[in-house]
Write a protein that binds this ligand. Structure first.
Ligand code: HEC
Ligand code: HEC
Ligand code: HEC
Length: 471
């Protein structure tokens, strides 16, 4: 489904200069939506300008690829925006919430990988033409110097924060072929409405025909801000921080007073396209601001079907290769924790198969046996984001690491039956392996969102069994 919904807003109002404020109409209704590339209704058949809005990209380049047709992929997003941009000669790409990193701090081991991923996100944003974003707290995860460097790579303005100081409101006027759009960023906590309103009025004073706020704040506070600053035409909402790797279910767009408030799905899974139809330029009368703009919103999911930007696809590929080469080399000596005395370590499927030949053969026909190969094909075989679920006993005593454990590649017997070294030594002794693996643990550890949705562990466990193995 290309278009989820649209909101028509048609609002007139008068005088900034404390004359009569006359709100004529505020219409929000969901009639049959035209595709976003269709005209927003002016005589020339084109919107005055088109905005592309993104919330909470949070350092995600693309979905993991564990299941088919997952949403997201900055290479697809870039292609989508490139195609939709042609509908108008004026467009602006804006974002709110964490852009580069998801976590407030980087663990030492994974820091290089996360830094390069953030760099690839920044480069993708420069491809896409991001003009500005209001950062979330995690954008500082690697310090202000890295943020400054990545901002420069993205060639985007950081609004709503100063690199060298506490968060603040920062705004900028973008001149789009004779139309000035005022964009202000807010990522500071409460207590701001007065300052934001003053900033908004200053932008109008400088000729802004449209006012957009990029806000990285808790939703409740953001909605109160929208109420307190009626000058805003549009508010793009991002989170102050991204609580985890999960995909979110963003709230529906809403209108607060006269401000359209939009939040898109995180991780680049959707983009909001807002077509703006400006009222005629102001009469010379008494400094009055012209009538409010009409906004037409369409939310587009980002999928493979949107096409692929070759340039951005190369950014992604380069990231995977760089990490793969680096991790293979730098973590070549990474070993799992030692096996405590008296406990079992991991031996690998081949060893189990030396006694359980039929079970081994049956397992070899399952996707579990190929789970590591599938990463190799994608240059992800040493990637911290991927390896843990695609090998056996990752990080466990005597288990696998991103480089260690050749016999443990793929999801082997011991992922279900438990580490088996003691059982191999004393097969007759009861209780040294799990005889009936618990299906729920598959759902908790690996077959879980965002990688896999709607997993039925009991039904699926039956599928990994077959003649010679449990049947
Ligand atoms: C040296 C041969 C040998 C090796 C190696 C071996 N097993 Fe076994 N395994 C046996 C024997 C023999 C039994 C049957 C013991 C019994 O009847 O009590 C058994 C029983 C089992 C059972 C329980 C079957 C049941 O119905 O009670 C499971 C599960 C199992 N093995 C899994 C594994 C796994 C996983 C590995 C690799 C970590 C492994 N085995 C390695 C010989 C081996
Ligand atoms: C939380 C565990 C987990 C992580 C982390 C994970 N995967 Fe997976 N992956 C899975 C599971 C489970 C499947 C099997 C999905 C299914 O078939 O239902 C899978 C399947 C796959 C497949 C096979 C898809 C197919 O259609 O055959 C690929 C490719 C893959 N993952 C790539 C990746 C990459 C690349 C990463 C890192 C960016 C990654 N995975 C990280 C759990 C994970
Ligand atoms: C995805 C989880 C999973 C993997 C991987 C797995 N098993 Fe099993 N295995 C099971 C389940 C579930 C049963 C059936 C338990 C029951 O009877 O309820 C089972 C049963 C068994 C049994 C006892 C029944 C029989 O047919 O002998 C043995 C032995 C066994 N597995 C060995 C292996 C070996 C060896 C491997 C690796 C080559 C392996 N398993 C891989 C889940 C797994």
């Amino acid at each position: 489904m290309r278009v989820l919904f649209k909101i028509w807003r048609n609002l007139c109002r008068a005088a900034l200069a404390l004359l009569a404020a006359l709100c004529l109409a505020l219409l929000a209704h969901g009639c049959r939506p035209p595709a976003p590339s269709e005209p927003a209704g002016d005589a020339a058949g084109r919107p005055t300008l088109r905005l592309f809005l993104l919330s909470n990209v949070a350092g995600v380049l693309e979905p993991c690829g564990c299941t088919s047709d997952q949403l997201g992929g900055l290479d697809h997003l870039a292609a989508l925006i490139e195609a939709e941009r042609t509908a108008t000669s004026r467009s602006l790409v804006l974002a709110a919430g964490p852009l580069l990193f998801a976590t407030p701090a980087l663990a030492r081991e994974t820091a290089p990988q996360l830094r390069w991923k953030a760099e690839a996100v920044a480069l993708a944003m420069s491809d896409i033409g991001l003009a500005a974003w209001a950062p979330g707290a995690s954008d500082w995860a690697d310090g202000a110097a890295t943020l400054g460097r990545l901002r420069a790579l993205a060639r985007a303005d950081l609004l709503g924060a100063k690199l060298d100081a506490a968060p603040a409101i920062v705004s900028r006027l973008y001149e789009l072929r004779g139309v000035a759009v005022g964009v202000l960023g807010v990522s500071a906590p409460a207590g701001l409405p007065g300052a934001v309103r003053a900033e908004a009025r200053a932008l109008v004073g400088r000729g802004a025909r449209l006012l957009v706020a990029l806000v990285a704040m808790p939703r409740g506070e953001a909605l109160r801000l929208a109420e307190a600053v009626p000058e805003l035409d549009l508010m793009l909402l991002g989170k102050p921080s991204e609580p985890g790797e999960l995909d979110d279910e963003p709230p529906e767009p809403t209108t607060v007073a006269s401000t359209l408030v939009v939040q898109t799905a995180n991780h680049g899974r959707a983009v909001a396209i807002v077509d703006v139809l400006l009222a005629p330029a102001p009469e010379a009368s008494a400094g009055a601001r012209p009538g409010r703009a009409q906004l037409h919103l369409a939310v587009r999911e980002v999928r493979e079907a949107a096409g692929t930007s070759p340039r951005t696809a190369v950014r992604l590929r380069d990231y995977y290769r760089r990490v793969d080469e680096h991790n293979a080399r730098v973590y070549a000596d990474a070993r799992p924790p030692p096996v405590p005395d008296g406990q079992a370590g991991y031996v690998g499927a081949a060893r189990c198969g030396s006694c359980h030949e039929a079970a081994l053969r049956q397992w070899q026909g399952t996707a579990h046996a190929r789970a590591h190969e599938t990463l190799t094909q994608r240059f992800a075989a040493h990637n911290f984001d991927c390896v843990p679920c695609h090998v056996t006993g990752y990080g466990q005593p005597g288990g696998a690491t991103v480089t260690w454990g050749e016999p443990l590649r793929g999801v082997g017997c011991e992922e279900c039956h438990g580490p088996g070294s003691l059982h191999c030594e004393q097969p007759e002794q009861q209780g040294l392996v799990r005889v009936q693996p618990e299906p729920q643990s598959c759902a908790q550890r690996c077959h879980r969102p965002p990688h896999v949705r709607g997993f039925d562990p009991v039904a699926k466990m039956a599928l990994v069994l077959g003649p010679g193995h449990g049947r």
